[in-house]
Design a protein around this ligand. Sequence first.
Ligand code: COS
Length: 382
Amino acid sequence: MPDFSLTEEQSSLREMARKFARSEMLPHAAECDRTARFPEEIYRKAWELGLMNLNVPTEFGGSGLSALDICLIVEELAYGCAGMTTSIIANCLALEPILLGGTPEQQHRFLDPFCASYQLASFCLTEPAGGSDAGAITTRAIRHGSGYQITGEKCFITNAPHASLYTVFATVDPKLQHRGITAFVVPRSAAGVQPGKDEEKMGHRASSTSTVRFEEVEVPEADRLGAEGEGFALAMRTLDQTRTPIGALATGIAQAALDHAGSYALKRRTFGKPIAEHQAIQIKLADMATKVHASRLLTWAAAARIDRGEAATLDSSIAKTYASEAAFQVADDAIQIHGGYGYMKEYPVEKLLRDAKLTQIYEGSNEIQRIVIARELLKQYA
Ligand code: COS
């Protein structure tokens, strides 16, 4: 078991994120949720504090944080608002393929501007028909002149209407299946790039999600990441890194739900005493706290594995799956403890349930995570 005593630096990072979440995000969370407002002023402040390009090394001007540092920050941000957190950390996902697959020249060319000024990037993998089957994407990259022409449509793309750059996965030959998938960096300014309109979502309403259409978009060979056919593995390696922070994001939602439920249970009285004195409520609170604790530990264990440079496919998927399901259950119990009030929008817990739901779906649905977990597990018995 890794040693999880936090260094002084980690404790102050966590404190800084906590302060930002509670003073800048939380006060606007209900309003942004109600109106589906994309609070760009908050995202700009997050960028100014170094809370946006967390995984980008300092040599490019990023925060250069470890996976554990990132999880500490993401949990705190999600306590403030999960939707805002999704938009804040979307750059980590979108820029990770450049970190993993870009040449030093590409890394400087694409990453430096993100650290010099506030900008958003989007990770464009999912397609309307393919969904979870990432190997079946149909967006085409056809050789054209000295580069490629990209045509196709992506969906459920976080921050797409606001992004200045997209990492795009397209196939150079659909017959090759996943072995034809190739990664490219495409600027928003390229002719033929058309982000769609914001989707109306159940939760994470402070973040923005849309389709992106690529219509014969010219991309120079210099903007291809890695070789042709290396895109699928690059996408998978990216998700190995970014699923762990989703575990942290879910833990932040669960901790918020537990805190609301605990303090409500002490204040609310029925049958002549605070409901916290009824065993039925105590049992719920105990189970909720256990799930929050386990989520945090699983997430930190996966992060520690990444930080040791070890393969983290199994641990990331376990952490993401467990923590996202725990967050949903804990938010559900928090509503139950609030009774009828919990079902009302006036109280904050129903938002937490809606926000928790997405963590079971995005960055690979939990059904996909179970495929990954089972495959990794069975390798150990082969
Ligand atoms: N790291 C590196 N390489 C990996 C990998 C990983 N984590 N996972 C798979 N690969 C490689 C495999 O080794 C295999 O390589 P070869 O070409 O040498 O055989 C190749 O990728 C294909 O792998 P696999 O056979 O496992 O592919 P499948 O089509 O069966 O699909 C899943 C794999 C289901 C895991 C994949 O499609 C997936 O993750 N889907 C979900 C996508 C997702 O998360 N979407 C959300 C988008 S971001 S919001």
